[in-house]
Design a protein around this ligand. Structure first.
Ligand SMILES: Nc1ncnc2c1ncn2[C@@H]1O[C@H](COP(=O)(O)OP(=O)(O)OP(=O)(O)O)[C@@H](O)[C@H]1O
Length: 298
């Protein structure tokens, strides 16, 4: 007879138990998709001794939603994104990604957390002399060893994923071209793919279309919106173009002087909201924005 300390063989679950386990896992995964991915509480950012730029911001972004952050120049939009990915230090408050506190991380823990936050920049931030593929693979730098990165030896699965994503956004044919041989729209597609190569839990985009012509910028917004849904990825986009915010995002957050003064759907984003956010400060794309607001609500 086997002693009580002896290890038993592989446990075989009866059929009904397996089914129950599978149903439980399915429910869990559905449940997880619904939970908050990013939770910001009472975020304050002060540069030096100046007045705070963010004054106690609360924002929760759930999985699979595309949120635009609008506000006049200086409202604190970039500061907010830069606090989330910790390019700058929040002065106080909490930033949680999937329940993990980001605001007090340092060193290795911070580097690992940053892998989970994809970032798309206004100026693309590509390395011009490198190829498109090399720029895209830079999104994997947080996952490979220094030696692998230095020798540019990326795992085959990374290369396959890079091709898949480049195909998806229409730049696979440029894989071996230098980044500086591409148009602005193509370069931003490289920026988006590089961010997605990180397998991020959230994507942040800081004025991703501001350097692009109107048609190309619409294409990039449309692309980011589709990708967010395909990949069930929450996306936060700082944007000046209110008309595009209304068309390509499901939720609009309006900042003014570091306070959140609007949080609602594009349908709720009417002339009054526009006036409250920008009134007396600046009128970005006023014609388009007002026209669109009237179109929807007039
Ligand atoms: N590194 C810094 N040091 C000091 N002040 C800063 C710094 N970065 C930003 N600020 C100030 O913080 C305020 C908010 O800037 P921020 O860039 O977040 O605004 P924004 O809403 O993104 O503006 P824009 O739409 O023009 O990019 C501004 O008054 C700006 O001058």
């Amino acid at each position: 007879m086997a002693g009580s300390g002896e290890l038993a063989g592989p446990v075989s679950l009866p059929g009904p138990a397996v089914s129950l386990l599978l149903v439980w896992m399915l429910l869990l995964s559905i449940g997880l998709q619904g939970i908050a991915m990013l939770e910001i509480t009472q975020l304050v950012k002060r540069y030096g001794r100046n007045d705070p730029v963010l004054k106690g911001l609360d924002l929760t972004v759930e999985g699979n939603s595309v949120v635009s952050i609008v506000g006049a120049s200086g409202a604190g939009k970039s500061t907010l994104l830069r606090c989330i990915n910790r390019l700058i230090e929040p002065s106080s408050g909490s930033i949680k990604l999937n329940g993990d506190e980001l605001s007090n991380l340092h060193g290795q823990a911070l580097r690992q957390a940053r892998r989970r936050i994809g970032m798309v920049f206004q100026g693309f931030n590509l390395i011009d002399r490198l190829t498109v593929m090399e720029n895209v693979l830079a999104g994997r730098l947080g996952y490979v060893s220094f030696l692998q990165a230095w020798r540019r030896r990326f795992p085959q699965q990374d290369i396959e994923r890079a091709f898949e994503l480049m195909e998806r956004v229409g730049i696979a044919q440029y894989a071996n071209k230098r980044a500086d041989e591409l148009s602005g729209g193509e370069r931003q597609r490289v920026g988006v793919v590089r961010a997605l190569m990180q397998e991020p839990d959230i994507l942040l985009a800081d004025e991703p279309t501001a350097s692009l012509d109107p048609v190309t910028s619409e294409q990039i917004m449309k692309l980011m919106h589709s990708l967010a849904h395909e990949l069930s990825l929450p996306v936060l986009i700082n944007i000046h173009n209110v008309a595009q915010a209304r068309t390509y995002t499901e939720r609009i957050v309006g900042l003014r002087h570091g306070h959140m003064i609007f949080d609602g759907s594009p349908a709720q984003f009417d002339k009054a909201a526009l006036e409250e956010i920008y009134g007396g400060i600046e009128a970005p794309d006023e014609t388009t924005a007002s026209a669109t607001a009237e179109e929807h609500h007039g």
